[in-house]
Design a protein around this ligand. Sequence first.
Ligand SMILES: Nc1ncnc2c1ncn2[C@@H]1O[C@H](COP(=O)(O)OP(=O)(O)OP(=O)(O)O)[C@@H](O)[C@H]1O
Ligand SMILES: [Mg+2]
Length: 225
Amino acid sequence: MSGLFITFEGTEGSGKSTQAALLAERLRQQGERVRLLREPGGTPIGEEIRHTLKHSSSNQAMTAEAELLLMSAARAQLVREIIRPALAAGERVVCDRFFDSTTAYQGYGRQLDLQQVQALIDFAVGETRPALTLLLVLPLRESESRRQSRHSATTPPRDRLEEAGPEFFARVERGYQAIAAAEPQRVRTIDATQPIQTVQELVWGWVRPLLARPEHGQSAAATRR
Ligand SMILES: Nc1ncnc2c1ncn2[C@@H]1O[C@H](COP(=O)(O)OP(=O)(O)OP(=O)(O)O)[C@@H](O)[C@H]1O
Ligand SMILES: [Mg+2]
């Protein structure tokens, strides 16, 4: 039996968490067994690393290299503790961010060597790769305004990564464009300026054909037309 591994990617406020939750709910309504995860995090060790990366009061001095290694450590744990067993049991695994975030943020954003970043990604995940990645594309200006509206409410203060400057986010955006261009079969881009329900239907349009073909498992996206 083999499950199905789907990831959501995109810049801040593009709707990843919203759409991951909606997809998980829709899959459950279809009787599927679903594991909804987020990165960094998803395991006890990973959630501690998430705190160190994002919210710890002592993380301002963190180097880009340390950030990359911590992200990779959390992912290595998540893959082996949760994702592989879930896929082996035939579950549908939906992950809010995965390795493309590392390419986009630590590679393009922090400007670490892209080949070294890729080597660490490969070490962390091994053969565990998403069959389908939904890349939610939102112009930078809109990303900023969505983040501000969210942060003006009752949410906690911005985390360390969110505090980076506009040039950083422009590089992240270019990173995602490069990822989508390099793997167009796996990475499906969706215009995230559309209403939530419209985006959800587009997501479902890419997911549904994969459900009927569990035998293709993790490589289903690579073989579909
Ligand atoms: N299609 C949409 N149209 C308008 N607003 C949206 C849409 N999708 C999500 N939002 C709103 O934008 C905000 C950010 O959405 P969400 O938290 O899902 O984004 P995210 O990609 O997970 O962000 P982050 O990268 O910061 O985790 C939320 O207030 C959400 O309700
Ligand atoms: Mg989110």
